[in-house]
Design a protein around this ligand. Structure first.
Ligand code: AMP
Length: 315
């Protein structure tokens, strides 16, 4: 595995890979890697000859009062995890390499960037779209691997890639969870034990609504109310919304298209997000390519779901 910090070095290394006809998979990250990131690496390795992981805490996607300066970092550990995970190249550029002096050109995403997190983090998706655009131009991968956990990010990047004609395949990988259901996130590191326990209400809320959905409930208000009932341990709750999986606009009731139930909330000052996809067409033939992976629950989460089902009120 090579660790590369300059664009010139990256281009050189990738030119060799391309000359040898190797398919390049790309996993953009902000580092402090966990099993969620490693699932993306695994997916890339399964579908590519060489996997590039970028580790870059992107300043343009953080608001002025957000956690850019405290964002967790452990580069040596990340490097080791990448080496053990079979990564070919770690690209860890300096912010000045990505945003040289005089930088003033941004990618402005449209409607998909406005609801959900976009309403609470002004400029966030502009920063995300800009850095992903730049990284795609730098790496020029055949495929890029993104986590379903950042559902709106996937939608914004997919739209950008289509609108700006990036010749790249975009692959969404299901959310990886802790055994108790909490979605893995670098920010979980901020939680103390008590907050960690409280944070569990987020995945519980999603699983409870998902269980009711699987039992046949299709009314949007009912599904959202079930989730909301569990979200009493967060403060503040930014949103719990059921949105159309393609447009991110409020889902029409009763549900007839794939929808995402999305939550963002603070627990003790840490902002956490999570989602589940509810697909009424699950039994229909192959879902459209824009619909993220739907059969994402692993066995451990299924167990949690079963518990939720058993304790589910009848209304
Ligand atoms: P980040 O380092 O948080 O910017 O995330 C880098 C990539 O990893 C993004 O595509 C995320 O959606 C993905 N990711 C983060 N957490 C998870 C998770 N728990 N499961 C799957 N993918 C994840």
């Amino acid at each position: 595995m090579e660790t590369i910090t300059t664009l010139a070095g990256l281009r050189l290394a990738l030119a060799k890979a391309r000359k040898a006809g190797r398919r390049v998979g790309f996993v953009p990250t902000m580092g402090y890697l966990h099993e969620g990131h490693l699932a993306l690496v695994e997916a890339s390795r399964a579908q590519s000859d060489a996997t590039v992981v970028s580790i870059f805490v992107n300043p343009t996607q953080f608001g002025p009062n957000e956690d850019l300066s405290t964002y967790p970092r452990d580069f040596l550990r990340d490097e080791r995890l990448c080496r053990d995970g079979g990564v070919s190249i770690v690209f860890a550029p300096d912010p000045r390499e990505v945003y040289p002096g005089g930088f003033e050109t941004f990618v402005e995403p449209g409607e998909l960037s406005k609801p959900l997190c976009g309403a609470f983090r002004p400029g966030h998706f502009r920063g995300v779209a800009t850095v992903v655009c730049k990284l795609l131009n730098m790496v020029q991968p055949d495929a890029v691997f993104l986590g379903q956990k950042d559902f709106q990010q996937c939608a914004v990047v997919r739209r950008m890639a289509t609108d700006l004609n990036f010749p790249v395949e975009i692959i969404t990988v299901p959310t990886v969870r802790e055994p108790d259901g909490l979605a893995m996130s670098s920010r979980n590191r901020y939680l103390n034990d008590e907050q960690r326990q409280r944070a569990l209400c987020i995945s519980r809320a999603l699983f409870a609504a998902d269980a009711k959905f699987r039992a046949g409930e299709r009314e949007v208000d009912v599904l959202v109310a079930i989730a909301r009932r569990h979200l009493d341990q967060v403060d503040p709750l930014h949103y719990v919304e059921l949105v159309d999986a393609d447009t991110l606009k409020p889902a029409a009731s009763p549900l007839s298209h794939p929808a995402a139930l999305c939550v963002a909330a603070h627990v003790g000052g840490t902002r956490l997000i999570d989602n589940v996809v509810l697909n009424p067409e699950a039994d229909a033939p192959a879902p459209s390519k824009t619909v993220p992976e739907l059969h994402w629950l692993d066995d451990r989460v299924q167990d949690t779901l079963t518990c939720d089902r058993m304790s589910m009120p009848s209304s």
